[in-house]
Design a protein around this ligand. Structure first.
Ligand SMILES: Cc1cc2nc3c(=O)[nH]c(=O)nc-3n(C[C@H](O)[C@H](O)[C@H](O)COP(=O)(O)OP(=O)(O)OC[C@H]3O[C@@H](n4cnc5c(N)ncnc54)[C@H](O)[C@@H]3O)c2cc1C
Length: 292
């Protein structure tokens, strides 16, 4: 039976990253991290109990949002969705990520929720996660034993499960610098803006004139994790993107996904709109803001 009464837990408030790592090392699977809390606090009210909650609130140095043309974009563990919306550099160089942040929930949510929390939640509906997946990001994880980077391609193992170990803190996510001719976009379909996506898609294309040199196309809400549409990517690569090609690609998307019925939508609806959404998001990337 579900209950809305939160179970008791110890709230731990480390002031430095090493202190947080020490707590993770000693508590392991008896502790969880609290960033913005927009997922965790909901879970704690319903179906999840944990002895120790380690808050990032007092730790400084995790709020870096920095762009370097050679190194790319670094998004620290405390960077919020609102920080992404405010960044002109994200808007200019990584439109997919910016668009995924602009449509994210409500102002209150955007001011609180973090990008890294979105990734660590491992939801197949995560909007910023999907944009970062298309852009090819990687997560930096740190424990008392050291640091390691895990590409998002290898990060989400199943619904709600990531490659993070119990004693690891996600420090940041980094995105490679945009290549020449890079175009990206994000789109979702949803009922009202406060709702999670019914289905979402993100694309990152490396273009040489009209020709697509490389493509990453990702879709959410169509399986237990976010997925890459590898067949769509192969159909785009090496080709001029014409209306005919887009229509042909759009017609094949449904055979590459495996959506389910859930409280937000039906498998039937998702199968019907997936191809249309892919076509629209590619047009949005190519037209730099307009998907007409
Ligand atoms: C009303 C509402 C609307 C929402 N709308 C959207 C939406 O439009 N799009 C969307 O994608 N999501 C949406 N969400 C989901 C949620 O807001 C996002 O997933 C958010 O980005 C989570 O970030 P957070 O900082 O709040 O994470 P938290 O709730 O603090 O944490 C989420 C999970 O990540 C782990 N975690 C967080 N940070 C770290 C870290 N640094 N290291 C290790 N583990 C970590 C936590 O332990 C927890 O398991 C919505 C939620 C609500 C309640």
């Amino acid at each position: 039976m579900t209950s809305r009464v939160m179970q008791d837990f110890n709230l731990l408030l480390p002031e430095t990253v090493p202190e947080a790592l020490g707590l993770l090392a000693s508590h392991k699977d008896k502790a969880t991290i609290l960033a913005g809390g927009t997922d965790l606090l909901v879970a704690l009210k319903f179906d999840y109990a944990i002895d120790n909650v380690i808050s990032l609130a007092l730790i400084s140095g995790l709020d870096e949002l920095a762009f370097d043309p050679l190194l790319g974009l670094t998004i620290g563990a405390k960077v919020t969705i609102a920080d992404i919306v405010k960044s002109e550099e994200v808007k200019q160089h990584y439109p997919a990520l910016w668009q995924s942040a602009v449509i994210f929930a409500t102002p209150q949510l955007r001011n609180t929720a973090t990008v890294v929390g979105n990734i660590l939640r491992a939801s197949p509906a995560g909007d910023c996660s999907l944009a970062l997946y298309a852009l090819g990001g990687k997560v930096t994880l740190e424990s008392t034993s050291g640091r390691r980077d895990v590409y998002l391609d290898d990060f989400w193992l199943s619904y709600g499960v990531t490659a993070r170990q119990d004693d690891e803190l996600a420090i940041a996510v980094t995105v490679p610098p945009p290549g020449q001719g890079q175009k990206s976009a994000f789109r979702r379909m949803t009922r009202v803006t406060e709702d999670l996506s019914k289905i979402n898609a993100a694309v990152c294309l490396q273009m040489d004139g009209n020709k697509c040199v490389a493509a990453r196309v990702a879709m959410g809400c169509v399986g237990p994790t976010l997925v890459r549409l590898i067949n769509v990517e192969k159909s785009l690569e090496g080709e001029e993107i014409t209306t005919d090609l887009l229509q042909a690609i759009s017609d094949t998307v449904a055979s590459d996904i495996n959506p389910i019925d859930d409280i937000r939508s039906s498998a039937e609806y998702r199968l019907k709109v997936a191809g249309v959404l892919v076509k629209r998001v590619i047009n949005l990337a190519l037209n730099g803001g307009s998907d007409q």
